[in-house]
Design a protein around this ligand. Sequence first.
Ligand code: GLO
Ligand code: MG
Length: 344
Amino acid sequence: MAQTYKFCFGPWNISEGTDPYGPPTRPPQTFDWKIAAMKKLGFDAMMFHDDDVVPDIDTKSPAQIRRESKEVKKKLADAGLVAEMVAPRLWFSPNTIDGAYTSNDAAQRQYAIDRSLRCIDIAKILGTDLIVLWLAREGTYLRESKNGRRSIELLVAAFDKLLGADKKTRLAIEPKPNEPMDHAYLPTIGHALAVAQLTCDAKRVGCVIESAHAILAGLDPADEIDFATSFGKLWSLHLNDQNGLKFDQDKPFGSANLRVAFNQVRALERNQYGRDGQFVCFDVHPFRGTKPEHWLGHLENSRRTFLRLVEKSRTFNETRAQALIADRDYQALDQLALDHLLGR
Ligand code: GLO
Ligand code: MG
């Protein structure tokens, strides 16, 4: 039976165009507007930061956090949507300027753990066991500022606290090699899965692959997909695109390199990604110049490109490809792939 896919994005993917050099280019939209947009586009699930669910979370009591989470859960249910995951936004607070779990200040490390525990509470109310950890500030700008060995121990200790807090919670690490930091402690899927082995319950620590992050690490996202799925640890996926070693671009899927996108889809197909309920999420942003009336194009187009590449993957001439591989005729194999993508 051919695999079918379920699609997902986050409220931040309907972004307003702010960049480090300029203000928003589109007006902000409400959460309700975003839910309506998701329904209109026919997506299946929404991913969340903790403070997408409970704005100004640090100022709110546990009872308030529970109440607001239940309201969001109801809005999702009314729209026929589910929550894919919740991620603690550990990079915005004044408490995490020097890192979150790996801050040099013990009080700030505790803040990061407490906030992550609240994130687990929110996820439980929203009905998902998946906590995504993009470890934005766990790294350094200068090598002398932190002890790398100690930082790994602190990460493991923090993960153990979260795993101990709820027996069903699964942690999915989203590696990224740089930005905002110069060097991140967990830059690749290999690092994420190796660290999982040091935790108290390795089987509940897996990963999320983001195409752009793999490219920024100089890796092919398709190889990262094959690697993670070999361990049964690919629990979510942020598909997008990236034009070389620049700032994190979060372009529409396939926009910069269609062949790299094709090979990611081939990897997902051969590994039957989604078989255990995982979603295909598009962590994409509109180009800054996008007008409000064209605002959802990047999401719609990413899914369209994805589905067309699924078709391309299923109609690729595997028999011919195998014959060329057996003959070591890689020139012809290269052209077979190109001609297939070009449409003949
Ligand atoms: C940034 C990340 C970010 C995360 C999101 C979920 O580079 O890709 O968008 O995926 O915050 O934690
Ligand atoms: Mg991402």
